[in-house]
Design a protein around this ligand. Structure first.
Ligand code: ARG
Length: 573
């Protein structure tokens, strides 16, 4: 289905074209967007302001001419000009009801399949082997997974690739640490913590003792040359780390289509550097091979170090060549924290010059502050996600016990799992990814605010209305009842339902799951005022079924939308 927003945008564009034939308005922001304030209608276009400059006419005058070509009738009930030239549009009730009714039968709940036939590669999570998952990797995991679900819902084929940090100089140091400092019992109890511990010890030795450092280098060279013993150790590090990462992924309900760590591209690195040399993109400087990016106003980027080693950028170049060739994606998206912006700018610039034509996008986010104490390790940088999730489930269980004391214990626990994990994810996804945020339990688990438990609870309450209706009025089918938007509450709810697809498209286009979260919160608030102000089961037949149908659609959209955020919706809370 086409979104209402796109339908209106098309009409607005056509009206501009008809009003100003011959004017070049391409690229101007003419599109319809949801109105900020409902007093001004349902959607608005600010295009007259943008076009006024090109047309050299006062914006209001531009708006007046456009509106003459914007017919009211079938889709629009009212078109008005406000302020300096805003074009405010109000949908016809009939058109709104028809659109919302069509969403009910659409397998995609009204979402346009604009990505059909196109493939995306989404590079996210990507923790480093032998280190506990850092908060940055957790955010990348949760945001990446939500984006994957969102793009898929729009018809894209999405390959999620976990580009593990499983190669590099740290492995020489780690092998030394493992050989000299390992505590077997600790390794059995908490493998990644123990690997981290021996790494830190060995790293310290490197700094104090040049002989130790030389030996660590020698171990790395052996590993790179395929020495069986070092290879086996390295594989152990990966297996132990993946076991722990996989446990976390399972708890979060996250999976990947590909797990190709940095090591996967190791053999391709010399060829990549050769190619850059052949293209004249790198020069030798102090023994290293360097790409100079003066034209791009970026600092130079080393692709081969003076000791012959390759670095992060070289691996990413090898990765992008391989992905482009093997998968011909429509785009490749990388989800990491903000500290990697320079890396991606440099690597994208080199990739372009080396002939990569696939659009490459870096989706970055700020770091989230977590509650003090509980989660920080000694050094205060890495956090133990397991503990965070345990605590979330524990707190959610208290909530569920209070809300449903009569629920069987096993069910309470299952619901608490969905609510606890949902709360942690939503606390992350509902924030603008690019602003600094802190996580608090109060906010994450608030039953009366913009939180997962609030939305999950809203969903469960709606589901119970449907059950009650089926119980009290058996055989009264609401599925095809004509939708009557007879009150401002019903109309507002229908409008929020109709805006759902536009919100999913915006979240995809701007790579911000928070835009979807906002729309779901808005929807649940519109539902709540509808529910409080309009009788359902006591309403007369016909009207009753119309209301129950709106209610069922709200449940469907909430469930679908939370699903796109990777959040479950239990039938009861
Ligand atoms: N392993 C990296 C890190 O921990 C993240 C990798 C992101 N993906 C990429 N293709 N560079 O910082």
């Amino acid at each position: 289905m086409q979104t209402i927003q796109d339908l209106l945008s098309e009409q607005v564009r056509a009206a501009f074209a008809a009003a100003f034939p011959g004017a070049d308005l391409a690229g101007l922001p003419l599109a319809a967007t949801p109105a900020g304030d409902e007093a001004f209608g349902d959607y608005q276009s600010n295009g007259a302001m943008a076009a006024a400059k090109v047309l050299r006419q006062p914006p209001r005058q531009v708006a007046e001419q456009v509106v003459r070509h914007l017919p009211t009738g079938d889709l629009l009930a009212k078109v008005e000009i406000a302020g300096p030239g805003f074009i405010n549009m109000t949908l016809a009730d009939d058109a709104l009801a028809r659109h919302v009714a069509a969403m009910q039968d659409d397998p995609h709940v009204g979402l346009p399949q604009s990505g059909a036939g196109r493939r995306l590669i989404l590079d996210y999570s990507a923790p480093n082997v032998a280190k506990p998952m850092h908060i940055a990797h957790i955010r990348s995991t949760v945001i990446g997974d939500a984006l994957k679900r969102i793009y898929r819902a729009l018809g894209y084929e999405v390959l999620g690739d976990n580009h593990l940090g499983d190669w590099g100089t740290q492995f020489g140091i780690l092998i030394m640490g493992y050989r000299h400092f390992l505590d077997k019992a600790a390794l059995a109890a908490s493998p990644v913590d123990e690997l981290q511990r021996v790494y830190v010890l060995s790293h310290q030795r490197c700094e104090e003792n040049p002989a130790w450092q030389d030996q660590a280098r020698a171990e790395l060279v052996k590993l790179q040359a395929g020495d069986p013993e070092n290879r086996a150790l390295w594989q152990t590090f990966i297996d132990l780390s993946l076991e722990e990462f996989n446990r976390i992924y399972a708890r979060l309900g996250v999976s990947f289509e590909l797990i190709r760590g940095e090591s996967y591209y190791n053999d391709a690195l010399p060829g990549v550097v050769q190619k850059l040399q052949d293209l004249g993109l790198v020069r030798e400087s102090e023994g290293a091979l360097v790409a100079f990016l003066d034209d791009e106003k970026l600092p130079p980027c080393i692709v081969r170090k003076s000791d012959g080693g390759y670095n992060y950028a070289t691996t990413d170049l090898a990765t992008v060549f391989s992905r482009e060739q093997e998968f011909q994606p429509a785009a490749i998206l990388y989800v990491t924290d903000e500290r990697q912006q320079l890396h991606f700018r440099q690597f994208f610039a080199i990739a372009r010059k080396a002939g990569v034509t696939t659009p490459l996008r870096h989706i970055w986010f700020g770091l989230m502050r977590l509650p003090e104490g509980l989660l920080s390790t000694r050094k205060g940088t890495a956090i133990k996600l397991d503990l965070l999730l345990d605590e979330a489930e524990k707190r959610a269980l208290e909530l569920v016990r209070q809300a449903s004391p009569d629920m069987p214990e096993a069910q309470q626990q299952a619901v608490a799992r969905a609510v606890g994990i949902g709360a942690v994810k939503y606390a992350d996804l509902s924030q603008n990814p690019q602003s600094a945020v802190s996580f608090t339990w109060e906010k994450a688990l608030a039953m009366d605010g913009n939180s997962a438990p609030y939305l999950q609870y809203a969903y469960a309450r709606i589901a119970s209305v449907l059950d009650k209706h089926a119980e009290r009025f058996p055989g009264h089918d609401w599925c095809a009842a004509p939708l009557v938007l007879d009150s401002p509450h019903a109309r507002r709810l229908a409008l929020r339902l109709a805006r759902y697809s536009g919100a999913v498209c915006a979240a995809a286009a701007q790579e911000k799951p928070s835009l979807l979260a906002d729309a779901l919160y808005d929807l649940s608030q519109a539902y709540s005022s509808f529910y409080q102000n309009v009788p359902f089961l006591k309403a007369e037949a016909g009207l009753r079924e119309s209301r129950v149908r709106l209610c069922a659609l709200t449940a469907k959209v909430l469930r679908h939308g939370l699903g796109l955020l990777g959040i479950e919706t239990p039938d009861r809370i």
